[in-house]
Design a protein. Sequence first.
Length: 378
Amino acid sequence: MSTIAASVDPDLLRARLDRARAAAAAHGADALVIAPGSDLRYLIGGTGSSFERLTALVVPAGSTEAVLVVPKLEAPGYAGVPVDALGVRLATWVDGEDPYRLVADLLDGAGTVAVGDVLPALHVLGLRDAQPGATQVLAGPVLRELRMRKDAAEIEALRAAGAAIDRVHARVGEWLRAGRTEAEVGADIAAAILAEGHATVEFVIVGSGPNGASPHHDLSDRVIESGDVVVVDIGGSTAEGYNSDSTRVYSVGEPRDADVAETYAVLQAAQRVSVAAVRPGVTAESVDAAGRQVIADAGFGEYFIHRTGHGIGLDVHEHPYIVAGNDLVLEPGMAFSVEPGIYQPGRWGARIEDIVVVTETGVESVNNQPHELVVLPG
């Protein structure tokens, strides 16, 4: 079944397909074979699905036509895709026919084929057998060049997602209190994510006390206690397919550990410095280094155990990654998280996360909830 994106301008999609063809040629690929998922949604407005039956968008670099190969029984799910306006031809197949041969015939003469990063191995190997003379490479390096640079509509969608998740964080005090389990609080937060404007709940992390020292803790049956520091990291996807992701830190009553205020102040400074470092022309690794240095200088370097950020858009995690060793130069339209953390095993942890967009002159945050430690009634 295909999920059709809400209100995507066909002219915008056609321009994306044109850029994808040009990018493929620039990377030395004769064609793209795109799997169902966020890449497909980016190009034609529908996510699709692919199980044991092959579905793939074939985009020759040297042609103005693309072909959507889809099982005939699943073709009705693509009725909302504006194929005529996009110059996309629908090619269906039925059980008993060989879809890999169908794709190979479409790729006749292609020496290098860029296959989607998430195309299942079942289909990758089937395509390889049907076209043994072609070299297969990943399509990720081609498409990430397009998807990293958000257009105006995408940035507006990220703003809407950010505002929606801000509204949820503003309500956390309604549910977070001593005597409740993380799972109970998480269920209320998940309901609010939908109520405040998301179409899906992508993740809910409620890390209380020592669980907060595990960055991807999730939820548990641990009963929240008075004095706990609690990390709440939440996100969802809007009807347009764009994601939110924001983390704030709460305390149920005054923190029991005497070092919380001083340590949290270091984290605030690190997040502030990292965001201030974002602007066109700097590298992704320099943003990571800026906040990391603040944390290291305060003696907590060993407790910051992940990258500073990840790109976001149709996927929660996508390029660019804000991490040491990434010398990518930031450009306007790039969107990513800035989320330094300090995690002390067995004690407590904290992380502050905003989604930011590189502008022509600096940076815009799409999250605007305060960064202070929120102390709730104990």
